[in-house]
Write a protein that binds this ligand. Sequence first.
Ligand code: RIB
Ligand code: CA
Length: 315
Amino acid sequence: MAARKIIIDTDPGQDDALALLLAFGSPDQLDVVGVTCVAGNVPLSYTTRNALLICELAGRTDTPVFAGCSRPMVRDLVTAEEVHGKTGLDGPEWGEPTMSLQPQHAVDWLVETLLAADDGEITICPVGPLTNIAMALVREPAIAPKIRELVIMGGAYFAGGNITPAAEFNAYVDPHASDVVYRSGVPIVTMSLDVTHEALMAKEWIASIGALGTEVGDKTEAMLSFYERYDLDRYGDLGGPLHDPATVAYLLKPELYSGKQAFVAVETQSELTMGMTVVDWWGAKRQEPNCTWITEVDAEGFFALIYEALVALKP
Ligand code: RIB
Ligand code: CA
């Protein structure tokens, strides 16, 4: 069976890096047709640099990488250097990328690529603020039927927020973009904090990656060791959640996950709950569901999948 065509829209970020590496390490199942970058964890100048570095680390210099929106649709950009470090990919020693960005703006490339595709041909994994995706949908609504699924990392309901008590970072940074996407009618699978907090990195797992003895393993261990410190401080010694790879893992092994269809709306008015993804889990308002809200994961299977992909990446 032909590999599934996917686009990863990202704001690397160490966990974004693992989503990219998981996809690149699964070439028989996933064909990464492009990587589009957005401002989020760090400014766009860093997220683009970081995406290029990860493509090079994975040996995938053939992958086109595009710069997208440098700020949210309405609100000012909020970044997360306290989590990801100044560069967004702190931990390892990196050089500068030798790959270059594509000249086209990511939103223009998304529209052009999707319009040229068959209906339902391309899956998109947005793992940062949804600015690029929303801008493309507003720019050209005709792309909607071309998208097989949006498998989104973002939002939170039962777990509570991570940047405010009510909101998860990606949805908080660009709540208006999240609102556009959840009202778009495109099929959505959401990997919120409700499920990503159910798979916490064990120190032994991170150490097993470092023991691979490859550049991918060395750099991944350094990224994750840096990245987990923030969450260990906040959530305790059980380990830090690894958010973004959940989207790619769902595409590779959906049986690892469970949830249900639900109607989700995004807060764009109140500062107190800005960016909150309000999930009508019990169908109180009897509205047609607009996403599959995932809440459970086989954590052992998730981490095994990532480990296998990292082994596959470099001989
Ligand atoms: O809240 C977690 C999300 O915000 C992840 O995508 C992380 O990379 C940051 O973008
Ligand atoms: Ca991210």
